[in-house]
Design a protein around this ligand. Structure first.
Ligand code: UDP
Ligand code: MG
Length: 326
């Protein structure tokens, strides 16, 4: 690997006029220290994504970019949400490593130093895991825990618990993420899907430094649904098993009713025939739902157009191409 020289810090911002300068004050020294480990000619770029802010965020970014050669920004035409804003930033980042980070200092910039060291030691992805969520309310903690438990039971690739979007992604991982063209972005799911060698650094999540959280309950719920439907097909396919199980029992009971009526005669007129009809049709319904779910799950997987696999490295061909062999 050539000596890494550029570190991209990607910062989505939405109505954060109070936070940006606080963020730069805290992030600059941390990034400078991290660059020290990367070598003499290492540089950093701060890439802000203005996610349709309606306050003075845009003006502040314009001034900041004019005054600092290492600050760039991209402004979206309206508020597209953090997931889309991050995607816009990651697409434009030029660094050998890319670190998405929140502007409100809830993701401590000091951690960038530890992340870069893990990266230089060979990790392609460095996750930042919060070991303490006490800055979140009980409801957010409880719902987040439930969400991770659920999605990790359903998903075929685990999504590490208590790891947010704050992490270091090597250029190799970034290039894979950029290829994923799916519309419903759930970054945490995509970041963990790419694989590669992962390291983890721990931190305590601080309360927000300035401004207000932009997540409302409804938006978080929508993100959770996106996450589950984007990373799993289990909710669709589960009906094959439930349907199959119930249908089997229904058919067995229907058979028993038929036999019972034939052997001991009719006790309540109409009961056996109605029951058998209801059970048969109900069982058939559930089974066909399950079959549709199986196909729909496959369709959902197809339309995501994810690559079948991601290669981490390959040995150089030992034998030179056939044409050159005498
Ligand atoms: N953000 C964004 N677009 C949005 C909402 C949030 O770019 O629609 C940014 C926001 O400016 C911040 C980061 O995403 O830098 C995290 O947002 P916030 O602190 O509101 O989320 P929380 O920490 O409460 O999960
Ligand atoms: Mg925050």
């Amino acid at each position: 690997m050539a000596k890494p020289s550029l570190l991209s810090i990607v910062v989505p911002v939405f109505n954060e006029q109070e936070s940006i300068s606080l963020f730069m004050d805290a992030a600059r020294p941390a990034v400078a220290e991290a660059l020290g480990f990367m070598g003499a000619d290492a540089r950093a770029e701060f890439l802000f994504v203005n996610d349709g802010s309606t306050d003075r965020t845009g003006d502040i970014l314009a001034i900041l970019a004019r005054l600092n050669a290492d600050v760039r920004y991209v402004a979206l035409s309206r508020n597209f949400g953090k997931e889309a804003a991050l995607a816009a930033g990651i697409d434009r980042a030029r660094g050998d490593a890319v670190i998405p980070i929140d502007v409100d200092l809830q993701d401590p910039p000091e951690l960038i130093v530890a992340m870069v060291r893990e990266w230089l030691a060979g990790a392609r992805v460095v996750n930042a895991r919060r070991i303490d969520r006490s800055s979140d309310g009980w409801f957010k903690r409880w719902s987040a825990q439930g969400f991770y438990r659920l999605i990790n039971r359903l998903s075929d690739h685990p999504i590490p618990e208590n790891v947010g979007d704050f992490r270091l992604l090597d250029r190799q991982a970034v290039d894979v993420i950029k290829q994923l063209g799916e519309q419903a972005r759930f970054n945490k799911g995509l970041f963990s899907w790419v694989g590669f060698s992962v390291a983890t650094v721990d931190y305590e999540r601080a309360p927000r430094e300035a401004g207000r959280s932009k997540w409302r309950l409804g938006k978080l719920w929508a993100l959770a649904i996106d996450g589950i439907t984007a990373s799993t097909t289990m909710p669709l396919r589960i009906w094959s098993y439930i349907g199959g199980g119930i249908a089997l029992m229904a058919f067995a009971y229907a058979a028993f009713l038929v036999l019972h009526t034939l052997l001991t005669g009719v006790d309540t007129p109409g009961y056996a025939s109605i029951m058998v009809a209801v059970l048969l049709l109900g069982g058939l319904n559930l089974m066909s739902l399950g079959i549709i779910g199986e196909y729909l799950g496959r369709v959902a997987q197809e339309v995501r157009h994810r690559p079948l696999y991601v290669v981490a490295e390959e040995s150089e061909p030992v034998v030179s191409p056939a044409a050159e062999i005498p």
